[in-house]
Design a protein around this ligand. Sequence first.
Ligand code: AMP
Ligand code: ZN
Length: 112
Amino acid sequence: MSDCLFCRIVAGELPAKVLYQDDDVMAFHDINPQAPLHALIIPRKHIATLAELPEEDTALAGKLFQVAKKLAAEQGYAESGYRVIMNCGKHGGQVVYHIHLHLLAGKQLHGL
Ligand code: AMP
Ligand code: ZN
């Protein structure tokens, strides 16, 4: 998936400010942060959208949330709270077609 931006970050071909990584998951700062903490949490494996998440990757998807929780706590946002979002497809506002959780923290968020 050399044409996928996030696969290129996983491969080390593009720079990222990495916050966390293990064999399955990477987290890095969003290049255009919408909150004091705006991290993206992605599987190393290329999965284009939530709509294409294979049944057998259910645990992998769950791990993204575990990493979000861990990062939020590490950065001191466990008590103040935070938002975790995944956009899916055109109307969902997805721009990068490699699934990712947005973790937003550090300010009061409103609405959806
Ligand atoms: P989405 O709209 O859910 O697909 O979100 C894509 C996110 O990726 C946006 O918040 C972008 O700011 C972010 N983004 C795009 N390119 C990069 C990059 N090279 N490094 C980090 N974040 C990026
Ligand atoms: Zn990819």
